[in-house]
Write a protein that binds this ligand. Structure first.
Ligand SMILES: [Mn+2]
Length: 615
């Protein structure tokens, strides 16, 4: 059965996101995803309504809602070589692509009944009493774990890749990969579905091993029962668990996995993912061409409420950040699209997981900064370091990974915000020049005095690797983000003389045209930071002020500076801002900024920046 609720749900999400952008424009820890807005179009509703979750052939855990690791359905367990454990080794598994393992979830992959709950990437939703039980668990785990328990561990997912990817062929001879997958109290069936998807959808000869790094989970199922399950149902040494002796956080857990890995390449994973078709080969192909390339996959969204595998055909996410160090999704510029749409595209920023890196190169680059805590900020730091120290970060349109979009079940003992501040500060102390740091401190003044320990070894690394400076990164990799005081005539906040209000972008992060506002001045650059470039562009954090409707009374807009119109402005001695091509002036009325015929006597046409450079 299918439910037709998607459009309502997604509209609600879009509205909430927009409201979030408006109301919580000062929220520093939010991640803004453009896909939530785009999901209004898509592949159509795909949710199975489950009335009795025990009727499915693949239900995982009997009557107990806390999943045990008795995840193999009984009748399949009996088929599995007479109840004996899988005995082939990882080496045999890699050498013989057709060899049976004895585990039906591997040996019969692709042959599941298409109508099993949640098969083919469909979602699952419960009714009646089960719905209540599912919601109770979901409140605890931030995800519908009961849905996860009824969905086949080896389900197929729809091919979400860009059109044309299916025609590409890859060398047989590629570097091998170790998947490093840290987890903390991950729901067992989510963790195992991640593993099954890797085993079933990765060419065997390329998958050297999967290292699960247990960061001191407290769920009993993730202890001995997990070891036993992996030993019984996977080729020997293909999937291993490393246990951290104490809670170290994601960053140090990843480092531990890297140290213990044996593949040519390390791929960092999350514990609630499902890989798509031929996900690994595009990444390895780029590393084979140049070991200093750090390729990233495209993330698809597994819905946390239903576990539906969602994607937008043709949509590719590019990541960026602003001076708050808020991470967001954005578009590629036309000049970043390679010779074919499937070619790698340069990346400015990365997510924590879903990237591959040559194992030795990762070491040469200095791994992660293990002075950072738990997680957060390591993705910024790694992206900067890769670019600044001779590497290259790319997005691969043909490598897709499904990821459950929810907060990590990680606990931040000192509070999430404090951990972020700590990690961000370590990153900016090493990489940013003073002028850039000031923009970060402008939004997070508490970061300025924060003691984050010694970063001298990271600075020594920067020296040793002869890394470029941050200005190079801003000029070449992330020119979308305004360095307010660089190559400008004036910068800071832009105050209207009549109303004494400041021009404001309402924290807008995307490239599509948006409105320009005026608000009470708070002088924080994040929303009230503007500059008049020497080139005449009137810029705010991520956009330029442009005039789209060239009429008296038209409202000026914000639009991407790089590929959008490059309107020029002249700032007169009297304080007018003259839009050069239309000869109109920026004015303000009760509804906000507006374009009018220039009148030097109207004080509402007089604007003043807080800093002037050339006059
Ligand atoms: Mn995650």
């Amino acid at each position: 059965m299918r439910l037709k609720i998607r459009y309502t749900l997604m509209s609600a999400t879009a509205v909430i996101l927009v409201i979030n952008l408006i109301i919580h424009r000062n929220a520093s820890t939010s991640t803004f995803t453009l896909l939530s807005l785009l999901s209004l179009e898509g592949e159509g509703e795909k949710v199975d309504l489950v009335r009795n979750r025990h009727q499915g052939r693949y239900h995982n855990n009997g009557t107990n809602h806390r999943a045990t690791l008795d995840l193999m359905p009984k009748h399949l367990r009996e088929i599995a070589i007479g109840g004996l454990p899988v005995t082939i080794t990882a080496e045999e598994f890699r050498k013989h692509p057709k060899m049976k393992t004895g585990n039906p979830l591997i040996d019969t992959y692709g042959e599941n009944d298409a109508f099993l709950s949640g098969e083919r990437g469909r979602g699952v939703t419960f009714v009646d009493k089960e719905k209540e039980a599912a919601m109770t668990l979901q409140r605890e785990f931030n995800i519908n774990v009961m849905a996860s328990d009824v969905i086949p561990l080896n389900r197929m997912v729809p091919d979400s890749r860009l059109d044309g990817c299916e025609k590409l062929t890859y060398d047989h001879d590629l570097p091998t990969a170790t998947v490093v997958l840290p987890f903390y109290n991950e729901w067992p069936s989510l963790l195992l579905r991640t593993v099954y998807s890797l085993v079933n959808r990765t060419p065997r000869h390329l998958l050297w091993e999967i290292l699960l790094i247990d960061d001191c989970s407290t769920m009993a199922e993730l202890g001995k029962p997990l070891d036993q399950y992996l030993q019984d149902f996977f080729p020997r040494d293909l999937v291993r668990v490393l246990r951290m002796p104490k809670r170290e956080g994601l960053i140090r857990a990843r480092m531990e996995g890297w140290k213990k890995s044996n593949g040519d390449v390390v791929v960092f994973f999350d514990s609630h993912m499902e890989v798509n078709i031929d996900w690994l080969q595009p990444l390895l192909t780029e590393i084979k061409k140049d070991r200093r390339t750090v390729p990233m996959s495209v993330l698809d969204y597994i819905n946390q409420d239903t576990l539906e595998y969602r994607f937008n055909r043709g949509y590719l996410n590019r990541y960026g950040f602003d001076w708050r160090l808020v991470f967001f999704e954005t578009f590629f510029r036309d000049d970043q699209i390679g010779p074919t749409p499937q070619s790698p595209r340069p990346g400015a920023m990365m997510v924590g997981a879903a990237f591959a890196i040559d194992r030795k190169y990762f070491g040469e680059l200095g791994g992660y900064d293990t002075g950072m805590k738990v997680w957060g900020g390591e993705n910024l730091e790694m992206a900067w370091r890769v670019w600044l120290c001779g590497g290259r970060l790319v997005h691969l349109p043909c490598s897709h990974l499904g990821h459950v979009a929810r907060a990590q079940p990680y606990i931040f003992p000192e509070g999430r915000r404090n951990i972020e501040m700590f990690n961000y500060k370590r990153a900016i102390l090493v990489w940013m020049e003073d002028q850039h740091k000031e923009f970060v401190y402008n939004y997070s003044p508490e970061m300025k005095g924060l003691d984050v320990g010694d970063v001298s070894d990271r600075l020594a690394l920067k020296e040793k690797l002869q890394c470029r400076n941050f200005t190079w990164y801003m000029d070449n990799v992330w020119p979308e983000l305004s360095v307010y005081n660089q190559d400008v005539q004036a910068w800071g906040s832009l105050v209207n003389k009549a109303s004494e209000k400041c021009a404001d972008n309402h924290g807008y992060l995307f490239q599509a045209p948006a409105d320009l506002y005026t608000d009470s001045c708070h002088f924080l650059y994040n929303t009230q930071g503007f500059s008049l470039a020497k080139s005449g562009l009137l810029r705010t954090t991520l956009q330029c002020v442009v005039v789209k409707e060239v009429i008296i009374g038209g409202r000026p807009k914000l639009e991407d500076c790089i590929t959008g119109p490059r309107d020029q402005w002249n700032h007169t001695k009297e304080g007018s801002l003259v839009h050069l091509s239309s000869k109109m002036c920026l004015d303000e009325d009760p509804n906000g900024p507006v374009m009018r015929s220039c009148d030097r006597n109207r004080t509402s046409q007089h604007w003043k920046f807080t800093h002037y450079v050339t006059r």
